[in-house]
Design a protein around this ligand. Structure first.
Ligand SMILES: *[C@@H]1O[C@H](CO)[C@@H](O)[C@H](O)[C@H]1NC(C)=O
Length: 228
């Protein structure tokens, strides 16, 4: 009886630990180059796999990340993402990256990646970065961690947490980010809350943000630029 319950406990723990580690599943083969044609493919992890006979080096290749993104927008930032959607060889491998350009005082606004932890490497410029912890409990505040980063500095944004980067310098800034998912996703907080289509009922947002409905209506009438 005792033995059985130990076996059961171990089995349950094994299942739970595999679930808790399953952001992207571990690859089950050398690669699974994503392809849109379902007929010539095997379904794995949201994308089909290209027939390995047809795979070439170009399936694992992307160029032009030396070209700055266009930061002439209201945020003054541009994210150039490299993920499974434009580099098919990443399929099932659990990583992706982004180049982020910032104009002077440009902002990569508060956002989260629902499926990936991010680490950021600053190549040029000075960034004020931060992330906010999830709700700690009744009557406690969400803790904010911030740091000023310079060229060569690295910072980590844990999976799912709201984070931002702000160029506090008078010159442009450039950073690269690595992400622990082939398709980490982005939820830009302001865009999702005030720029959804159709709009969220303004009674909901007025109560949630503890402001007058006019403030909500004003915010909902703005154009929410997506820098991704
Ligand atoms: C950058 O974007 C702005 C605004 O959309 C546009 O006017 C400008 O031509 C773009 N610059 C380049 C180099 O593409």
């Amino acid at each position: 009886m005792a033995f059985k319950s130990i076996v059961l406990t171990i089995a349950i723990m094994a299942v739970l630990s595999s679930i808790s580690h399953a952001f992207d599943p571990s690859p089950l083969q050398d690669f699974c180059v994503a392809v849109d044609d379902a007929k010539s493919a095997v379904f794995v992890n949201g994308k089909f796999c290209k027939d390995p006979k047809d795979v070439t080096a170009d399936d694992f290749f992307k160029s032009d990340l030396n070209i700055p993104g266009n930061t002439s927008n209201q945020l003054g930032s541009a994210v150039t993402a490299v993920n499974v959607n434009n580099l098919p060889g990443l399929n099932t491998l659990g990583i992706s990256l982004a180049r982020i350009d910032y104009a002077s005082y440009g902002l990569n606004p508060p956002h989260t990646h629902p499926r990936g932890t991010e680490f950021l490497v600053v190549l040029e410029g000075t960034l004020y970065v931060g992330f906010v912890l999830s709700n700690p409990g009744p009557n406690m505040k969400n803790k904010l961690f911030t740091k000023i980063l310079h060229a060569g500095d690295v910072f980590v944004f844990p999976i799912g947490l709201i984070h931002f980067q702000f160029n506090v310098g008078k010159t442009k800034a450039v950073a690269f980010a690595g992400l622990s998912s082939q398709n980490p996703g982005v939820i830009t907080i302001a865009n999702a809350v005030f720029g959804s289509d159709p709009p969220i009922n303004d009674d909901v947002l007025a109560k949630a943000f503890q402001v007058d409905k006019k403030v909500v209506d004003y915010l909902q009438s703005q154009f929410w630029w997506d820098n991704n």
